[in-house]
Design a protein around this ligand. Sequence first.
Ligand code: PTJ
Length: 247
Amino acid sequence: MTEIPADHPRHDSLVTRHRIEDGVERGITSKQGLIAQGRGEAYDYLLGEETIPSADEAERVAAAHLLLADHPVLSVNGNVAALVPGEIVELAEATGADLEVNLFNRTEARMEAIAAYLREHGAEDVKGLKADARIPGLEHERAKVDADGIYDADVVLVPLEDGDRAEALATMGKTELVIDLNPLSRSAQSAAVPIVDNVVRAVPNITRHARELAGASTEELEEIVDSFAREAALDAAEAAIRDGDLQ
Ligand code: PTJ
């Protein structure tokens, strides 16, 4: 990987690009993942490449949901695995969540490569390979999930999800926490908690909040969850993108 000087004005963005490229070379990320990353970058640029206050609040609410859940699951696709492999494992540890590989463009080779990469980053149990249950309302490959994973979950974190599956999971009654830089995407719009932030900032920040909230009572966590206004969070993100001061 080319060394990027730490003081380069676009340092973080360039490091992220290299991780995605590396993910494609490792057989983890799909070529479509490169296009998705480019789309995300455009929104992130307009957001000022920072976690805006409404996203930070949504990340705290997501942490509270994960801590309150009976069975939380973090869904991992090819972009998430390439960008935040160690960070998503840490979030699973901090919240007691399961990790499940779930792909839009599912191939057994990519499933195996992602599971192995997560294990290299400290994951003990990676779900998704059994694929012994189906999400109703989706065609065969994209519907596959584990019966004791996403199918059984009450709270699911779905970073960079495609809109159909996000809607299908919401229809199943799951509480969906969505990380997506586009506040107008169907995934963000169907989420109980839309987090409009880059996955590279959002995942570690949810972990930080989860650690801070680890000693909180059920009542305190429920208060955090109940006080969240999803429409206001979406509006704040859209306003930041439309009106932001570019530097
Ligand atoms: O690995 P697979 O096969 O499961 O495929 C994963 C992708 C992401 C390729 C697939 O789900 C897909 O095509 O997604 P879309 O429909 O392009 O949607 C991706 C969404 O994520 C878009 O709204 C992007 O703006 C957003 N996005 C892209 N990069 C990031 C992001 N959001 C947060 N952080 C990012 N780094």
